[in-house]
Design a protein around this ligand. Structure first.
Ligand code: AGP
Length: 366
């Protein structure tokens, strides 16, 4: 066995297990308890410059794009700045409007993804202000941006990104808190974010401790050839990332859908052979998500609920539980059981976890 695996069967398992420590590194020196905010010195933006930002746009490919979508939701919620995410691979081809008071955020684990680098170059040509949220120190995207936030996730070997994606979301929570605290986010909410972020590593460890339970759920659904991943609002990017992980390493067809959109077409696909993984955070949309599960069940579809809420007994066919942190950060936590579910399902199917077919760790061609 590879000595670098440190007792794990593969890098994906090792890297999932490293997440609590990786998050601690991402938070190190970046939480400001005195002023209930965060510090991101690498942005090189003072309070006046931070207040001049009118919009935030995240750009990344694949999982980095989905993480960016989660980041946009955090920024909108905590700073009330309009924010969205777009695949970096599409950006330059549609001749985007580049606004000077928009903060563009280039997101990449490797820092070498050709499409993301090209988006940064196009932005700079047009005078856009762009920061990098990157794991690879000294990488092409880090150098091209010249400022930003390093993920400090440590080296990631498995093609399926886990700890880097989690740290992206953590860094976006820091960014959103910072942008919020120079605007409308109050001291109490700032303090709530600071203490929730500090608690995140231990909560992730609690999810990781359920490896056997999650493996049992994966075993139960190993014969499925297609699956839905259903999420709503904050958990829509989580569903997309969960579907992505499953596709990458198990080759099971997974499609992410917004819960609210199911009735506009995809419900036609629901039958006993189409399980749905439904994300149910304990937030203000809980009753809506319970109704979604009932709609799927009424049409004969099996449901795996991934939740930190108290669900009615017998509602879902399987339940994967996570702790509660705080509503803005719960989506980050709910990403972790989906990695584990994909991992164990792929193992049941005997897949090559770290090196899935047709994929490269970083896509340096356009
Ligand atoms: C993640 O599991 C994927 N392998 C892939 O989508 C990846 O996130 C994407 O290619 C972007 O890579 P980057 O973060 O290194 O830029």
């Amino acid at each position: 066995a590879d000595y670098r695996l440190g007792g794990h069967d593969d890098f994906m398992h090792k890297e999932m297990a490293e997440q609590p420590d990786a998050i601690r590194r991402a938070l190190l020196g970046r939480l400001d308890e005195r002023f209930s905010t965060s510090r991101l010195d690498g942005l090189r933006l003072d309070a006046r410059e931070l207040r001049a930002i009118r919009r935030v746009k995240f750009l990344g490919c694949g999982s980095a794009y989905y993480a960016g979508q989660l980041g946009a939701s955090l920024v909108e919620e905590l700073s009330r700045l309009p924010a969205d995410a777009e695949p970096a691979s599409e950006f330059r081809y549609r001749n985007p409007v580049v606004e000077h008071d928009t903060l563009y955020v280039a997101v990449s684990q490797s820092g070498e993804t050709a499409d993301t680098l090209a988006a940064v170059q196009e932005l700079k040509r047009k005078g856009g202000q762009v920061i990098g949220v990157v794991n690879g120190v000294g990488s092409a995207i880090a150098r091209e941006c010249g400022r930003g936030v390093f993920l400090h996730a440590g080296p990631e070997v498995s093609v399926a990104s886990t700890k880097a994606v989690t740290n992206m979301s953590v860094c976006f929570a820091l960014l959103a808190t910072l942008l919020g605290r120079v605007r409308d986010l109050g001291v109490a909410d700032g303090a709530r974010m600071v203490s929730a972020l500090s608690a995140l590593p231990d909560h992730v460890a609690a999810v990781l401790a359920q490896d056997d339970e999650i493996a049992a759920v994966a075993r139960k659904f190993k014969d499925a050839r297609r699956m839905f991943f259903i999420g709503r609002v904050r958990c829509w990017p989580v569903a997309r990332e969960g579907a992505q992980k499953l596709k990458e390493i198990s080759y099971v067809h997974a499609e992410a859908y917004q819960a609210s959109e199911l009735k506009h077409g995809p419900l036609a696909l629901i039958d006993p052979d189409m399980p749905s993984v439904v994300l149910v955070p304990d937030d203000e949309l809980l009753t809506k998500n319970i109704a979604t599960i009932e709609q799927i069940k009424a049409r004969g579809g099996p449901v795996i609920a991934v939740t930190n809420a108290d669900l009615p007994e017998g509602l879902a066919d399987a339940v994967i539980r996570a702790p509660r942190i705080t509503r803005e950060l719960d989506p980050i936590l709910l990403t972790v059981p989906l990695q584990m579910f994909a991992y164990h399902l792929a193992r049941e199917l005997g897949r090559d976890i770290d090196k899935p077919r047709n994929l490269a760790k970083s896509v340096t061609v356009e």
